[in-house]
Structures are given as C-alpha cells and as structure tokens.
Ligand binder design. Structure first.
Ligand SMILES: [Zn+2]
Length: 425
C-alpha cells in the first residue's frame, strides 16, 4: 500500500460542503485516495512519501471542461476575426496537420494544463483530415498517458461540409457511419466507468453548422447505450443563431430538444446566446455549460450568463477552449478571466473568488458526472494543486486564496493526480 502525507500546508482549500479552509493543515492519501485531513500534527505513520507544503495554498486540482488540443498547433492566427471567419481560415491549415503534430499539440496542451493546476481535462477532438490517421483520439489518449493527466476524451465529429450547407471543407469531415463506428470502437476500448478512472470517452458532434440532426440523434443513442456523456458547442455566436434559423427554421436550443439532447448527460461549450426561456429550459433539464471566458473575449462572441444558468439549475464549469482562440491552456488564468469578466458585467460583487473556484472544481466534476474528484475530503481522488505563495508576486498578500486569482497567474509548484506527483516546476 502507498500512503502519502502532504504536511505543513499553509492554507488548505477543501471545497467540501461547508467550503472549509484550513490553516497549518495536513492530508493523508492511501493508494491515490484521500483518507483524512486535519490541522496541527499529522498522525504517526510509516509514510511511503512525505511532501512539505510550507508557504503553500493547496486546492483541489482544477477540471477543464472544454478544449481542442490540436489547436495548440495554430496559436495567434487570424487574430482579429470572429468565429466563422476564424474557422473558415483555419480549417484548411488544420487539414494539413500530421499525426506527430496532433500528438505534440496534445502533449504541449496537457503539460500546460498540469503546470497551471489542472488535473482533469477533456478534449473535444472533431477534426479528422483525410490524410491523417483515423485514430486521432487514440493519439490524444496516448498523450494523456505520457503526461499523467486524468482525461475525458470526447470523440468529436463533423459530417456536414460546405457542399451540404455546412461550414467546414470536405477535407476535414467524415461520413455518418464512419463516425458512429469509430465512436463505438472508442467506447468499447477506453470508456472506464470505475471510480478513479483515468480515461473516459464522451461523444461530441461539433456544432449545428458542421453536423446533421440525424448524427446528433444517433450519437445520443449510442452514448446512452454505453453510459457515456454528450458534448457539443452551442449558443456561441449570433451567426450560429442565424445559421440555425436559415437551415433548420429554429433556434439552436430547439434543435437540441428535437434531437434528444435536452438532458442531464449533456454539456455545452460556451452557452452565451440564450433567451430567458431557454436558460430556464436548460436549467430544468440539468444541461451543463462550459464557460470559456478568454475564447469568448478573444473572438468577441459575448458573455455567458453564468449566474442565470447556475440559478436555473445548470452546472457551469470552466474551459480554456482553444488553444487557437485563447491562445493558451493556462487554467488558473482562466479562473482569473472569469472573475474579472463577470465583474465588468455586474460590479465587484457579481462574482466571488469562491464561486469561480466552485466552477473550476465542483461544477467541473458535476459536468463530467464524477463524484470522485473536485474536492479535498475522504473518499475523493488525491488530485491536488500546490501553489507556492512565497514568490515575490505574492509578497504581503492579505488573503492567500483570493491572491491566487487576483495576483499574476502563476504555475503550480506541483500537482498530484491520484496521489502521484507528476509536475514540479
Ligand atoms: Zn470549442
């Protein structure tokens, strides 16, 4: 049995039901699962490893619920474009990417996530160029194994190309049957539903303007047969609303409803352009939303109605998106952006540090339907981020937890995934 002790923690942010914050704290994990925590002197034991966290804030590892790791290959490109123009410019560049670039992009993005305190990430991989391997999801799963991050791969898809009225060119789409066959293969090969799982699969048609309603419907049926979640982009831009009215004569949320996607096994990226009725409908159904503030600001898409959605009943988590619309994978920086953006919108009391932390941890876990991550308490996976507050940028801070978001976004000194220390800057 492996028993580890993290000792002398200056500030332990538990995110438990009372949002307890402990000072001079310790925590013990056995075989990757937290068994106890407390303050003062830790229990005597013959620990396999002891880690000293003097001067550090320890938080649950953050959970990133929206990303496209392959886009790490095209950062800072089309810098002044909105979404549709940006996509149409990038599709042909992405169509030329080779297998080793997909692997490299995933490894770089995951490493950046780990360095920035993220211990669980999703990846929405929807691009399958004709000249690349058809098994690009397997490549990203290999990257997760190499880097040690907990990984929810989403098998994305695009089936509606320009000739069928969609946005992407023929060179990056696949047909309906190929998509479903590969989705089934991935679910059977990798989808691990056990507690503590390092790899899960979700299915993720890309967006209303790149797939058919039939694919949305059949994908939902397949995912539900395997107890897997569903993910897509929705409500990102006004252009998308207009597209849906033109092509389907309905709004994006109507399309969701018509295809069987208005359910609590669905999470949406962005979720900006919703009416009051749509917010109520999504909340009632328990549809989760991944808020991606940097990408939304970068592309000028708008601002997610975080407070309204949470009040209505939708879990709202955080996603770095990108990396071509962020243009980074820095998770702590995304927390900072969320905090500041909503204060622009509603004043200094419109968003608190604790609410952003909830989105990055507890709501992330809820979004991914996991009860084994997202907080530091007995029975949870030992997924931690250790933040060294002895650095000059934190000199004289009064509130060390708020300082994480208010001061410059730094890298974590180390993270633990399932009790394994995997990153040390
Ligand atoms: Zn996206």
């Amino acid at each position: 049995m492996s028993t580890i002790l993290v000792n002398n923690i200056d500030t332990l942010v538990t995110m438990n039901s009372t949002r307890e914050i402990l000072n001079d704290a310790w925590l013990v994990a056995e075989n990757g699962v937290i068994v106890s925590s407390g303050t003062g002197t830790p229990p005597e034991n013959n620990y396999s490893e002891t880690h000293d966290a003097s001067g550090c804030v320890v938080t649950p590892g953050f959970i990133n619920t929206h990303h496209h790791l392959f886009q790490t290959n095209t950062r800072a490109k089309f810098v002044d474009s909105e979404l549709f123009e940006w996509l149409v410019g990038l599709y042909p560049i992405w169509a030329e990417l080779k297998d080793n670039q997909f692997l490299r992009g995933a490894v770089v993005g995951m490493s950046e996530l780990l360095r920035s305190g993220c211990t669980t990430t999703t990846d929405h991989h929807y691009l399958f160029p004709q000249d690349a391997s058809p098994e690009l999801i397997d490549i990203t799963i290999e990257a997760a194994k190499q880097t040690g991050i907990r990984f929810h791969a989403t098998r994305g898809s695009m089936s509606r190309s320009k000739k069928d009225g969609g946005l992407p060119p023929d060179s990056v789409v696949q047909d309906h049957d190929t998509i479903l066959k590969d989705s089934q293969r991935l679910l059977e090969k990798y989808h691990d539903t056990a507690p503590g799982a390092m790899t899960r699969i979700a299915l993720a048609p890309c967006s209303p303007f790149s797939v058919t309603p039939e694919l949305m419907r059949d994908t939902a049926e397949l995912a539900r047969e395997h107890g897997a979640l569903l993910h897509t982009h929705l409500g990102e831009t006004v252009d998308e609303d207009n597209y849906c009215m033109d092509i389907y004569q309905c709004r994006p949320v109507d399309l969701l409803e018509q295809t069987g996607w208005l359910a609590n096994d669905v999470w949406l990226a962005h979720g900006i352009h919703f009416t009051d009725d749509e917010v109520a409908k999504l909340g009632k159904a328990g549809v989760a939303v991944s808020h991606c503030p940097t990408s939304n600001m970068r592309l000028g898409s708008g601002i997610c109605r975080v407070r309204d959605l949470r009040t209505a009943g939708s879990p709202v988590s955080l996603g770095v998106d990108g990396s071509a619309s962020n243009d980074s994978s820095h998770m702590l920086s995304e927390l900072r952006q969320a905090l500041l953006l909503h204060r622009v919108l509603g004043g200094a009391k419109a968003m608190s540090v604790m609410e952003v932390l909830e989105m990055a941890t507890l709501d992330g876990a809820k979004t991914l339907n996991r009860d084994d991550i997202g907080s530091i308490e007995p029975g949870k996976q030992c997924d931690l981020a250790v933040w060294d507050l002895t650095a000059p940028e934190f000199e004289k801070v009064h509130d060390p937890v708020a300082a994480l978001l208010l001061c410059r976004s730094v890298d974590a000194r180390e993270v633990f995934v399932g009790g394994k220390k995997i990153c040390n800057n």
